[in-house]
Design a protein around this ligand. Sequence first.
Ligand code: URA
Length: 432
Amino acid sequence: MVDLIVKKRNGLELNKEELTSIIDGFISGEIPDYQISALLMAIYFKGMNSMETAILTDLMMRSGDLIDLSAIEGIKVDKHSTGGVGDKTTLVLAPLVAAAGVPVAKMSGRGLGHTGGTLDKMESISGLSVNMTKDQFIDNVKSHNIAVCGQNANLVPADKKLYALRDVSGTVNNISLIASSIMSKKLACGADAIVIDLKVGHGAFMKTLKDAEELAQVMINIGANMNREVIAVITSMSEPLGYTIGNALEVKEAIDTLKGNGPEDLTELCLELGGHMLVLGKVAENHEQAVLKLKELISSGKAFDKFKEFVSAQGGDVNSIEHTEELPTTEHKRIYYSKEEGFLSDLNALDVGLASVKLGAGRETKDSAIDFGAGIRLLKKIGDFVENGDPLAELYSNDESSFNKAEELLNLAYKFTEKKPLEKPLILKTVR
Ligand code: URA
């Protein structure tokens, strides 16, 4: 192992045999964490070429169970977001795309730190379960064209162990390591094609368009190596997506979007990503036609009907999504007011995400409990003019003492300018 660390430290390529012995030794516990950490740091500085990255992805993917979706007819297209604040895209896209005829067999994650997770959002619907056996999962997709569940504990265990080490050794932010981590999980979940929503900006792993383009290309190359088509849509995460951050609040906003009354940015993103999913799933000839089809499913009510069918199939209370005032709420509400006048020029997604965690909407540690009703409803977004004393956001919590801490974080999030800031596009680039 020392020789391999030195080899990488000197910028040389690790071959298949060497990478295999590293991953095997790491999983079995033969190679101690300190040597893997040293190797990760060497990779961080010297990088890995596309062959090394493809081999690492394949080894990680095979480190645990592989989900076989071949019993489900049709092209299974998965979508992955690299993580954001207020990102309720899956709640909209999954039923929307399923209604269009693309089978959705989706494994999602939980929220940690400043980002939320689809499973937590779904569980804010009373009775809804995200725990199901492999057979139930496949049966639900066969019967309803949609199922969303939690990840099996033995899915890509190598990534779980490696990510935990990266997290405490300052080696998360390396393009090869991020690409292999994401792609190993997507490939193990059995997708035939993958659409990646690659976020750039505050609160995202990638801070610049250039880095995001590089990450996109590495993921596309990994997919090509394994005969899977990958499309990466690079999107801005400089402010939260939509107006709500927090589980039940986001479910409400997703429902509004499925009914055609959602915020512009969320709607635009869902149509863009959904359009690619329909083309990859071969239910539309091109992106334009796909977007028209998705819009029609929204306006006819079929997209929302599919959402209701999906909620019901997973045991959720359909009444609460027809009458969203029945979704969880909180005992306390506070309005957050502006102390300045001007155009809102910055609304830092990371700070807003952290403020929502303080209110109880997220987890500070893996085992913290979530308060489903808690969160933030933004009243202004970047570009809006604000008078001193105008309400900027509504804060919801069951713990009154959390409001001051959340406000301290929000004070950092908002910046104002005299001149209206230039409008920045949400969709920055599509890489395929
Ligand atoms: N998401 C992942 O799953 N892995 C990473 O390394 C970064 C983001």
